[in-house]
Design a protein around this ligand. Sequence first.
Ligand SMILES: Cc1cc2nc3c(=O)[nH]c(=O)nc-3n(C[C@H](O)[C@H](O)[C@H](O)COP(=O)(O)OP(=O)(O)OC[C@H]3O[C@@H](n4cnc5c(N)ncnc54)[C@H](O)[C@@H]3O)c2cc1C
Ligand code: FES
Length: 302
Amino acid sequence: MSTKIIQHDINLEPFMSKSPDFNRKSILMQTERSFKSEIINIITLTALEKLFHIRISDHFERENFSFLPGQFVMLHLPGCGEVPISISSSVSNKEYIELCIRKVGKVTGMIHRLEPGAIVGIRGPFGTHFPVQKMTGCDVLLIAGGLGIAPLRSPIYWINEHRSKYRDISIMYGARDPDQVLFDYQFEEWKKIYGLKLLTIVQNAGKNWKGRVGLITDLFKEITIDPENTFAIVCGPPVMFKFVCAHLSDVGIPRHRMFVSLERRMHCGMGKCCRCNVGSTFTCLDGPIFDYWTVMNLKEAI
Ligand SMILES: Cc1cc2nc3c(=O)[nH]c(=O)nc-3n(C[C@H](O)[C@H](O)[C@H](O)COP(=O)(O)OP(=O)(O)OC[C@H]3O[C@@H](n4cnc5c(N)ncnc54)[C@H](O)[C@@H]3O)c2cc1C
Ligand code: FES
């Protein structure tokens, strides 16, 4: 039985200077190129995650590289392989992009061994983005579990840079253990964003953890949601966004106003290899950002 896709128009935002349209031919032409790039800084976040600052070497290519919150790149390590990684920085940072990478296997393991000065390749940007423009005039809930905070940084920067266009902003972040909490060094900075509420929680408290203990859904007790005027961005493992989106749905937020990132194994990033399919959908082209209504209508998406 073929899968019915209800396509949301998140790529039809008129304001975008460079539309990541659904014209796949143009995407292919644009994304087969690999930009020679240099790792200029590495920040160790936890035992498994590092934040890499990566600068496209050619001045002209760097100036012209643009992306939108939620998009990803293919990071190529010569002689080793290539991995899809969400861009974790501000769209207005034209000097370098930030990629938060968890060491899980062959390529990410090798990337973790690199030092500043190492040369890598960047293809992209790829995929759909969070429709941040559509969210103007509304409350925005940014909800992350674990490594899901990495793709959320880009919309957080965006909202901060366009703060007057949004109403209340809440960031809800849950991690398994305190030593897995990412970007805690930025929390004070985020709390200073006007009208922003930051709530963090861990599942297993250690001796030194003084914050909340429990599941991310426990944080809903602490916020008031205006379902008529709220958008939600949810990033994390499918089991987490399933529960979170169910709760958001229960309080009345329509599913087409919740956005999630569907991560599948990817190889080409541009609709050629069929590694990332969910039904007839290519998560590299039609995603990774989908509204939850679409996800619910995709067989075997979660
Ligand atoms: C759109 C997108 C954005 C991503 N963003 C990030 C990011 O910001 N930071 C980050 O650290 N990782 C991110 N990932 C996951 C990352 O691409 C994989 O962890 C990476 O490809 C693993 O490569 P490897 O060679 O190190 O591991 P492998 O040796 O290939 O595999 C090691 C283990 O990881 C599992 N694995 C590999 N790829 C995936 C995947 N895509 N999803 C789930 N499990 C996988 C394998 O099944 C295996 O168990 C993203 C993936 C996608 C599709
Ligand atoms: S990653 Fe090759 S088709 Fe999507």
